[in-house]
Design a protein around this ligand. Structure first.
Ligand SMILES: [Zn+2]
Length: 60
């Protein structure tokens, strides 16, 4: 299930504006405090680096 107006919580790109279908699949949704958050592929890459650097695996 995807929200039609999913927006990257970091850079504010909209998922519906993603031109590349493969990139679309790379968007990641996470739940935080019961709210759905989205990260675009670029921000996921940065985010993962952050997590590997300082957070334990169970953060995901
Ligand atoms: Zn982003």
């Amino acid at each position: 299930m995807t929200a039609p107006d999913a927006t990257c919580s970091r850079c504010s790109r909209t998922r519906s504006g993603e031109p590349d279908p493969l990139a679309l699949l790379s968007w990641v949704s996470t739940k935080e405090d019961g709210r759905e958050r989205w990260l675009c592929p670029n921000c996921v890459r940065d985010h993962v680096r952050d997590i590997e650097a300082k957070l334990p695996d169970e953060y995901w």
